[in-house]
Ligand binder design. Structure first.
Ligand code: ADP
Ligand code: MG
Length: 257
């Protein structure tokens, strides 16, 4: 459903004497996320994972390559088709929690996507918010709280709820649990799994913990300095990694099994 084809992105930094250095953040990356599946993107810091996420969200444009959603090249769409894409592909970032406006109650934060959508009658908003809080295993009573009154895990759930209220088809999850305590990470991951099953969502999941990727992802892309090292279903990749770098990565990162 979401296909990235030969995506290249170079960041240019201007040096003090003209000239400058370039970083090839992504070098001809080609992957696809199937319906209802989870594509994991793993790699060390600086390998290009977030750049790929931002391109998949059309937050930034690639230098070359195409992003197709439902068969359509979204690097070129505008107007209604772009609004449609922005609604169906929603981000959840590591700091979704920190990005919540501290002066807004949870109810107010969750009203924003409904306002943005414009197709849900105002009279239904309150019920939608109660329903989504229940769906993410939070008490509807939290609606009158402020973000600082919630735990990190609860705030990340609110970030997920806000994305879900747009009724997306794909969530782009950029290190969604990396800022959370290990004990809370499993809860949020289990929630994401249940939501995927119940709502038929597809995920692009970025992480750096291999044990999480193995547990959570159907397919895995391994990135190293912007280069695609491996792209395979998770089982094959962990059982029989083809690429030398992937092998090193698997050997270097301790996995709790
Ligand atoms: P990751 O998410 O895997 O840590 P990123 O996609 O954030 O990696 O970054 C990949 C590379 O691109 C890094 O070398 C980073 O410094 C560089 N980069 C990312 N965004 C920018 C930017 N806006 N301007 C310049 N360089 C950038
Ligand atoms: Mg990143």
């Amino acid at each position: 459903m979401l296909e990235l084809d030969a995506i290249t992105k170079v960041f240019r930094k201007r040096g003090p004497f003209g000239g400058g250095r370039s970083t090839v953040a992504l070098d001809r990356i080609s992957v696809r996320i199937g319906d209802g599946r989870t594509l994991g993107v793993i790699g060390e810091s600086g390998s290009g994972k977030s750049t790929l996420a931002r391109i998949a969200l059309r937050m930034i444009a690639p230098d070359s390559g195409t992003v197709r959603f439902g068969g359509r090249d979204i690097t070129r769409v505008s107007g209604k088709a772009l609004r449609d894409f922005r609604r169906k592909v929603q981000p959840v970032f590591q700091d979704s929690a920190g990005a919540l406006d501290p002066r807004m109650t949870i109810a107010r934060i969750l009203r924003e996507p409904l306002m943005l959508r414009g197709d849900v009658p105002r009279a239904e908003w309150s019920k939608r918010i109660t329903d989504i809080l229940t769906a993410i295993d939070l008490s509807p009573a939290l609606r009158d709280r402020y973000p600082r009154q919630l735990s990190g895990g609860q705030r990340q759930r609110i970030g997920i709820a806000r994305a879900l209220l747009m009724e997306p088809e794909i969530l782009i999850l950029d290190e969604p649990v990396s800022a959370l305590d290990v004990s809370v990470q499993a809860n949020v991951l289990n929630l994401l799994r249940d939501l995927q099953r119940d709502r038929g969502l597809s995920y692009l999941f970025i992480g750096h913990d291999l044990s999480i990727a193995e547990y959570f992802c159907d397919d895995i892309l391994v990135l190293h300095n912007g280069v695609q090292k491996d792209f395979a279903d998770a089982e094959t990749l962990f059982r029989d990694p083809k690429d030398d770098y992937t092998r090193t990565l698997l050997a270097a990162m301790p996995r709790q099994l």
